[in-house]
Write a protein that binds this ligand. Structure first.
Ligand SMILES: [Zn+2]
Length: 496
């Protein structure tokens, strides 16, 4: 191990410096320590984009897990935030005629407001322009420099500003065009600093193959393994000489730190002493940064690695990639305004298995709203409550704590669609039971009537409990009705 002692940090980050441990200590810790905090991270969003439904997808997944594990009694720490440095941001601010600090401030506020509107309850929102973060990033790279992990050399090659990434010709389309952005890459010729990424090639391969750092799903894991076995890793240019909107390289202030190094370190600076991450959710476009550069930086410092990295697919809209240029972004707030928060949260995870690419179609969203929410769940709640009141069934709401192992297992395996399907099976069965038993025909058999409706009330409590991580407002509304015995419509029908 290169460095058993993490860098000295200022007070708010002090805990972080104590927490990351050399990999050797990992084994010892695993045996004796109590259940560690479930520390979950999402990608921090680049502030050139306004929050759209694709961003909401990943944050909601993290929120579901946060609520689930918290309910299971585990300490949870959920980190999200915004990525605010780099040339692309400076250019976007300039386009708008705004001072860059003002520009990033405004967009960070928009992200916070959106997450608050869709019930994303994070524990910390990190901004890479936070002074504590900037200071830590400088200390981190200084330490790498002092250890000989960084050297100066000439960089000659191509750079895509859209990706904020150096490109090799083999990755590009003809004419040095970025395959993601379809724009011409800049020829870059500058003296910059390099991180010795190449020397970690075998180690990175080992941690992924051995599962020391789990990478899921398996297709992505195989993709990285194949990438790492096919070609030698290049050292990473970790500074830029001509980008001023960034964190200064501490020993050479004519340069700024590469925005990806800056961004990756948010997982440490935002962690408030919770280390290592239990689960890091990221999109498939940035998995190389997270599965190659990120563990290499941590290993260089001797820090414990994240337990698991989950790479999810993209959400498309009506089959097309969400993009500002094609103008097909959907603001989650618009949907929330029309339908409420929970239908959005429900739809995002019911339609498509989490991890795969999924499509958001307004048409299918409306169908699901009508059939699954208004008809199945909404009707059930109203029917049961109305009958309970009408037949004067004695009933007292009790908080459910009984787990349903299959549903729990599905959530823990990140199979959210499966969990929702199991919950909806309960809903369907209850509706069928009402249709079959016809309680309204049992007024001359009060014992059976009471039994059936009591069972249905019990199932409603169970459903309210189970949907809570996915649909917290609906869960609350059902419990309210069970307590007050006053039925009201939770998913009003939309006339279109
Ligand atoms: Zn690009």
């Amino acid at each position: 191990m290169n460095s058993p002692t993490p860098p000295q940090l200022n007070t708010p980050l002090q805990k972080v410096s104590e927490s990351p441990k050399p990999a050797d200590a990992q084994k010892v810790k695993k045996k004796s320590a109590p259940a560690e905090t479930f520390y979950i991270t999402t990608a921090i969003d680049y502030v050139t984009d306004l929050p759209h439904i694709g961003h909401a997808y990943e944050k909601t997944a993290a929120d579901i897990l946060t609520r689930y594990w918290r309910r299971r009694g585990r300490n949870v720490f959920f980190l999200t935030g915004t990525d605010e440095h780099g040339l692309k941001v400076a250019q976007a601010a300039q386009k708008k005629g705004q001072e860059v600090r003002e520009f990033v401030e405004n967009i960070a506020l928009k992200y916070k407001a959106t997450w608050s509107a869709i019930e994303i309850k994070y524990d910390n929102f990190i901004r890479t322009t936070d002074p504590e973060h900037e200071k830590y990033v400088q200390q981190f790279v200084q330490k790498l420099y002092d250890m000989g992990e960084i050297y100066k050399d000439r960089y000659q090659g191509l750079y895509c500003v859209g990706c904020e990434e150096y490109k090799t010709v083999s990755e590009l389309l003809p004419g040095n065009t970025c395959s993601v952005h379809k724009t011409l890459c800049q020829a870059v010729f500058e003296d910059v600093y390099f991180f010795r990424l190449s020397k970690y090639q075998e180690k990175i391969l080992d941690i992924i193959q051995s599962g020391k750092m789990l990478v899921e799903p398996v297709e992505r894991r195989n993709e990285i393994i194949s990438f790492l076995t096919k070609q030698p890793l290049q050292d990473l240019a970790m500074s830029r000489s001509k980008v001023s909107w960034g964190i200064l390289v501490p020993w050479d202030t004519s340069q700024t730190i590469y925005v990806w190094i800056d961004a990756l370190l948010n997982y440490i600076t935002g962690s408030r002493g919770n280390w290592p991450p239990s689960l890091q959710l990221i999109g498939k476009d940035i998995f190389r940064f997270h599965c190659i550069i990120w563990p290499a930086l941590l290993m260089a410092m001797g820090y414990e690695l994240p337990r698991k990295i989950l790479i999810h697919g993209f959400l498309t809209i009506n089959g097309e990639r969400i993009s500002k240029t094609t103008g097909n972004t959907i603001d989650p707030l618009q949907i929330v305004k029309m339908y409420g928060v929970d239908p959005l949260r429900y739809f995002l995870f019911r339609e498509v298995p989490f991890g795969q690419d999924g499509d958001f179609s307004v048409d299918r969203f409306e169908k699901r709203y009508k059939s699954d929410l208004a008809n199945d769940l909404g009707n059930l709640v109203q029917r049961v409550l109305t009958m309970a009141v009408k037949y004067n069934i004695k009933w007292e709401y009790k908080t459910i704590t009984k787990p349903f192992h299959q549903i729990d297992q599905a959530i823990e395996d990140l199979k959210f669609d499966k969990a929702l399907e199991l919950i909806w099976d309960m809903i369907t069965e209850s509706n069928q039971k009402i249709d079959l038993e016809k309680p309204w025909q049992l007024e001359n058999n009060p014992k059976k009537l009471t039994e059936i409706i009591s069972q249905l009330l019990q199932t409603l409590s169970q459903i309210a409990f189970q949907i809570d991580p996915f649909m917290p407002e609906t869960s609350w509304a059902i419990i309210e009705q069970l307590k007050s015995r006053k039925a009201y419509v939770i998913f009003p029908r939309k006339n279109k």
